[in-house]
Design a protein. Structure first.
Length: 235
């Protein structure tokens, strides 16, 4: 039987593979300035199905998926945190140096130690690129130039109906949905001073009650293609 711990272990091994591959690519000689590949940052209302859609996108692209639990685990685990940052420090081009050096440690926020570590992890993943990050404020703080920022929403009734199929019987589903939304909003506001409900902070906002998960994934994949085409024209 597959356990939660074994699932997290597989996810971390996939993450290590991602870091190793990207580190090798960074060491390839190039006469052109190196730009970070695209990162997809997902924000979602509770019960909107954002994580499931993110999994579909990651599978289609062959990219690793970093959900909020995995990102938090990396941020809290000193060994994992150190290995990821060392992969970047082995041989980093100028854009990576600027990105990491330009990232300041804010000491005056609640939960500063965790927030600082989390920010560095998110920026390191962004610098590796070619990955999908769910939650943890990634859509709010990563540089938009090389990040596709997506927000999944749905009417409250639709989200409650979906969560009622996932939560244990006897749970007050509406209260659980509202509390989860409140916690996520509070997290981003407290650590990153951003409002996750502001539509101006996203490139795409999709109502999952109006599109199937496959349809949402298709829209995002089209947006990725458009982003790459625009990048070629701009370069």
């Amino acid at each position: 039987m597959t356990t939660y711990a074994s699932t997290r272990g597989v996810a971390l091994e996939r993450a290590y593979k991602h870091w190793r591959e990207r580190g090798a690519l960074l060491e390839l000689p190039s006469t052109q300035p190196t730009a970070p590949p695209l990162t997809i940052a997902i924000s979602r209302e509770t019960g909107a199905g954002g994580t499931s859609i993110a999994e579909e996108i990651a599978a289609e692209l062959g990219w690793p998926l970093y959900d909020r639990e995995l990102v938090a685990q990396i941020a809290e685990d000193t060994g994992v945190h150190t290995e990821l940052l060392e992969k970047l420090d082995e041989k980093k081009p100028n854009w990576l140096t600027d990105c990491l050096e330009g990232f300041s440690d804010h000491k005056n926020i609640s939960g500063a130690a965790f927030a600082i570590r989390l920010r560095k992890i998110l920026f390191a993943l962004y610098c590796h690129g070619n990955c999908v990050i769910v939650g943890r404020g990634a859509a709010q703080i990563l540089p938009p130039k090389h990040t596709l920022r997506v927000r999944f929403v749905a009417p409250k009734n639709a989200r409650i109906a979906r969560m009622s199929e996932l939560l244990d019987p006897g749970v007050d589903v509406e209260q659980a949905v509202l509390q989860s939304d409140k916690d996520r909003e509070s997290f981003v506001k407290s650590y990153f001073f951003k409002d996750p409900n502001s539509h101006t902070g996203y490139d795409l906002t999709l109502d999952t009650s109006r599109f199937s998960h496959a349809g949402c994934a298709e829209i995002i994949l089209s947006a990725i293609k458009a982003h790459h085409e625009n990048a070629k024209v701009s370069s």
